[in-house]
Design a protein around this ligand. Structure first.
Ligand SMILES: Nc1ncnc2c1ncn2[C@@H]1O[C@H](COP(=O)(O)OP(=O)(O)OP(=O)(O)O)[C@@H](O)[C@H]1O
Ligand SMILES: [Mg+2]
Length: 383
């Protein structure tokens, strides 16, 4: 059975994936906090539009800058916990600055009208920004544990390919096609160009005007200069993702669709040669008492609490509670059976861990630490 604290101690980057609402953000925060409790300098990067993580960490709001979480309520925390929400636009501008061959090219691109529009479109794809930010944080040297919370989409792993998409966009052949008319002299001096590209540009010129096309050409010419920068970063991101101290953790809830998505992620991670650390089944129901024991205990409780109740009412109450207990046991068994395939797969390596549903929501450091204690505590029983 795997020791999860030993696993975390060797891990520098954790990526939490899973379907919507299962507890990815909660798990990411709980892992970060666990790291801080063990003396690590941890940062949790979330791309949640909702401010749940901020709230559960006692922050009013979380910005695009790393924010240190006040852990004074947990005096045993020897490390640091930081959190950060993604500011996509800022990240994109920073990325352009990082890969630009010269300050002049950078300024031209950042001011370019088309870039501004495109950056807005790109900024919408938070998954891409996540990879960028992640890379910066992981290589900054300021934190020794980075935990990434991914967006609740089945194609969450696409974020790994996103930089690849930019590289494809910048592919020489595509750019050459666009830029062909500009690379011949006197394009706008009335010389007719041959080929589709020329035709397209003429058409675009009619529709959008020459100024727009000049902007576009300037933008693409500068962008071409970024190709190497993007390619190198993409390679660096991919090798970081495949590093031995990187771990993907799949989070799911104990229901059929979420477990299906978890299995899907396990397969996709394997296909992409990405390090799978294990699976967390979050918010499972717990019921430790056998029916007879529960009935006896309920009988005592009802008798004690309801000495004023008419006997018939007390009997009805007891019968209802007894049935509720039977249903809870059935639910626990059904959840256990559903997760069977994940448990079996975990035997081949990686951890399988269950975290029970905690009373109320996970809304503060104490409940977050409780989630961590379950997560890192005694492993779930073998099937
Ligand atoms: N073990 C738990 N016990 C009780 N409540 C939990 C537990 N885990 C998560 N929650 C609650 O469930 C809700 C969803 O959790 P969370 O936001 O972490 O899920 P998510 O997978 O990040 O969601 P999304 O896909 O929307 O980003 C939150 O209100 C959280 O407090
Ligand atoms: Mg979330």
């Amino acid at each position: 059975m795997m020791d999860l604290d030993a696993w975390l101690a060797k891990t520098k980057l954790v990526v939490c994936v899973g379907s919507g609402g299962v507890g990815k953000t909660t798990t990411a925060a709980a892992i970060g906090l666990r790291g801080a409790l063990k003396g690590r300098k941890a940062i949790v990067l979330t791309i949640d539009p909702a401010k749940r993580l901020a709230n559960s960490l006692g922050l009013d709001a979380m910005g695009g800058e790393p924010t240190r979480i006040d852990l004074s309520a947990l005096p045993d925390a020897g490390g640091e916990l930081w959190a950060m929400m993604l500011d996509s636009r800022g990240t994109f501008d920073a990325l352009i600055a990082n890969v630009s061959p010269s300050p002049e090219a950078r300024d031209r691109i950042l001011k370019n009208h088309i870039y501004r529009n495109m950056a807005d479109a790109f900024a919408g794809s938070q998954d891409y920004m996540a990879t960028e930010k992640l890379y910066d944080l992981a290589s900054a040297g300021r934190w020794d544990l980075v935990v990434l919370d991914t967006p609740p989409v089945k194609n969450a792993l696409d974020f790994l390919e996103s930089p690849g998409k930019v590289v494809t966009f910048l592919d020489e052949r595509i750019l050459s096609w666009f830029l062909a008319p500009y690379e011949r002299k006197n394009v706008w001096g009335g010389r007719l160009l041959a080929g589709t590209s020329a035709f397209m540009f003429k058409l675009l010129g009619y529709v959008f005007g020459k100024e727009f096309l000049d902007d576009l050409a300037e933008f693409l010419q500068d962008f071409r200069g970024l190709y190497d920068g993007f390619r190198h970063r993409h390679q660096a991101v991919m090798s970081m993702m495949r590093a031995t101290d990187t771990s993907f953790v799949t989070v799911c809830a104990p229901n059929e669709s979420s477990i299906d998505v978890a299995r899907f992620f396990q397969v996709e991670l394997a296909k992409r040669d990405l390090p799978r650390a294990g699976v967390v089944v979050n918010q499972v129901h717990r019921c430790d008492a056998a029916d007879d024991d529960a009935n006896a205990a309920l009988g005592v409780a009802v008798a004690r609490l309801s000495t004023d109740l008419p006997p018939a009412t007390a009997a009805t109450l007891l019968a209802r509670l007894g049935r509720a207990h039977v249903r809870l046991r059935a639910l626990v068994e059904a959840e256990h059976a559903l997760a069977g395939s994940l448990r079996a797969a975990a035997k081949g390596g990686g951890f399988y861990q269950e975290v029970p549903r905690i009373e109320g929501e996970v809304h503060d450091l104490t409940s977050l630490r409780a989630v961590g204690e379950y997560l890192f505590g005694a492993p779930a029983e073998e099937a």
